[in-house]
Design a protein around this ligand. Structure first.
Ligand SMILES: [Cu+2]
Length: 189
């Protein structure tokens, strides 16, 4: 009757070691695995642009670019991620309009302008625009900001946010009656 009592402390100690090891694994998985991108980061933001009556700008996907060269891009076909090292991430905001970044991050925007005709709303001209208001940004050599995006085509611009603050991206080409509201926020902290 005394033997089991002698063994109990040993079993208890072993149990603690097993729990600690498991906890360490969980800690590593949750806190170490997301940091596989460089800091500051190069983010890819994939968006559609349609008249505000049909939703305006909409962020469809966000990813970290884990290489120094950009994906191939063509304004008719859009981007090509074949062979590109990237990692999807969830944005800090879930409204599909607000973009977040850390100070010093670079964002490459890929924007597809969608023809909004045929839905009963007035659509003017044949282009959307894309520009960014706020603290000064650095635009990559060869890229244009503001940019013009003909309906059905793609536009890409790479911007580095060297200053923390509140930015607004917006359409700068009159495209519908609700055009003044075709915009979204970029929060750089
Ligand atoms: Cu527009």
């Amino acid at each position: 009757m005394q033997a089991p009592k002698k063994h109990l402390p040993v079993v208890g100690l072993l149990g603690l070691v097993v729990i600690a090891a498991a906890g360490g694994t969980v800690y590593y998985y949750q806190f170490a695995s997301p940091h596989t991108h460089a800091v500051p980061s190069h983010r890819l933001v994939f968006m559609t642009a349609v008249i505000q009556e049909l939703g305006g700008f909409h962020v469809n996907n966000t990813a970290y670019l884990n290489q120094t060269t950009l994906p191939a891009f063509d304004n008719s076909k859009g981007y090509n991620l074949t062979g590109v090292k990237f990692q999807d991430y969830l944005p800090s905001y879930s409204d599909n309009k607000t973009i977040n970044a850390n100070t010093g991050d670079t964002i490459t925007f890929y924007i597809h302008a969608v023809d909004g005709s045929g839905h009963g709303f007035s659509q003017y001209g044949s282009n959307h625009g894309f520009t960014i208001d706020g603290p000064t940004v650095s635009v990559a050599a060869g890229d244009a900001l503001p940019g013009t995006i003909p309906f059905g085509k793609w536009y890409s611009v790479t911007v580095t946010f060297v200053t923390a603050g509140s930015y607004i991206y917006r359409c700068n080409i009159f495209c519908s009656d609700q055009h003044p509201f075709m915009q979204g926020n970029i929060v750089v902290s």
